[in-house]
Design a protein around this ligand. Structure first.
Ligand code: CP
Length: 307
């Protein structure tokens, strides 16, 4: 079998992949959505090392591997591993690589995933590194946008909430830059999109505007991407208290929005979306979380050369 661009390559940043790579992953994910149970990972061991809490990312990776006949090892709390005794990240990775074919890792330190990929003899998949990147979330976000809009091209995307620390926002805007988007960013002043991402968009001539009121861009948007205020990234708890309930999306606010408009959220939510929105046909965040299984099946099987 001819080996693809993905074969045995780590996925650290969403920019590690090209537009064609994204579209290939979408295609393979759609195949897995049709046939999610296959025995192609028999004999393969995937490690999940979560140095930070997770529900969706870890469990959807584990579900993906189980449905494909592979085995999972790992930890959900670094405090139960020898990290607690002072073992370095490098030694942890070199050891776990002895036991597995691929390592999925979430870590609070930005750049930890890149560093791990440089020392690891097996591919590393970044499941979130601090406020930096969350590329597999982005790929499932792209898949969700493609499924709900029928295209990734020429969409108006409104991102709301914590645009400073929200790593899913950072990865997603970079990925969408290939598809001629128009961005609307809604955040409190203290949580605006960092300059490096605005510079990235300017260099690519991608239009964007910033708002503090969610009502301004919502009527014209195709995708409303809500995010949680990332309490764990604040050094001053009082600063979190000031902004924690800045935006709460309610059903009424979705009246007169475009018929194709969908509300996405990487989840978990705290207060950003009122539960009355959950039954609105424009709410898509739980289906979005399900899409994570198919997309992660695609990522693992492509990296291991099984697709
Ligand atoms: N979207 C996401 O990363 O969720 P978890 O933190 O539950 O994995």
């Amino acid at each position: 079998m001819e080996k693809s661009n993905f074969y045995q390559q780590s996925l650290v940043s969403i920019m590690d992949y090209s537009k064609e790579d994204y579209l290939r992953i979408m295609e393979v994910a759609a195949e897995f959505e049709k046939t999610p149970v296959q025995n192609i990972l028999q004999g393969k061991v995937i490690s999940t090392l979560f140095f930070e809490p997770s529900t969706r990312t870890r469990l959807s990776f584990e579900s993906a591997v189980n449905k494909l006949g592979g085995r999972i090892i790992g930890f959900t709390d670094a405090g139960s591993s020898s990290v607690k005794k002072g073992e370095s990240l490098k030694d942890t990775i070199l050891t776990v690589a002895n036991y597995s074919d691929l390592i999925v890792m979430r870590h609070p330190v930005e750049g930890s995933s890149r560093y791990s990929s440089e020392v690891s003899p097996v591919p590393i998949v970044n499941a979130g590194d601090g406020a930096n990147q969350h590329p597999t979330q982005t790929l499932l976000d792209l898949y969700s946008i493609l499924k709900t809009q029928g295209t990734l091209e020429n969409l108006r995307i409104t991102m709301v909430g914590d645009l400073k620390y929200g790593r899913t926002v950072h990865s997603l805007l970079m990925a969408l830059s290939y598809f001629n988007p128009e961005f609307h960013f809604v955040s409190p002043e203290s949580l605006k999109l960092p300059d490096e991402y605005k510079l990235f968009l300017k260099e690519k001539n991608i239009p964007f505007a910033e708002y503090q009121d969610i009502c301004d861009p919502i009527k014209q948007t195709d995708i409303l991407y809500a995010t949680r205020i990332q309490r764990e990234r604040f050094s001053d708890p009082m600063e979190y208290e000031k902004v924690k309930n800045s935006y709460v999306l309610k059903n009424k606010m979705l009246e007169n929005t475009k018929p194709n408009m969908r509300v996405l959220h990487p989840l978990p939510r705290v207060n950003e979306i009122d539960t009355d929105v959950d039954t609105n046909s424009k709410a898509y965040y739980f289906q979005q979380a399900l899409n994570g299984v198919y997309v992660r099946q695609a990522i693992i099987s492509l990296i291991l050369g099984l697709k």
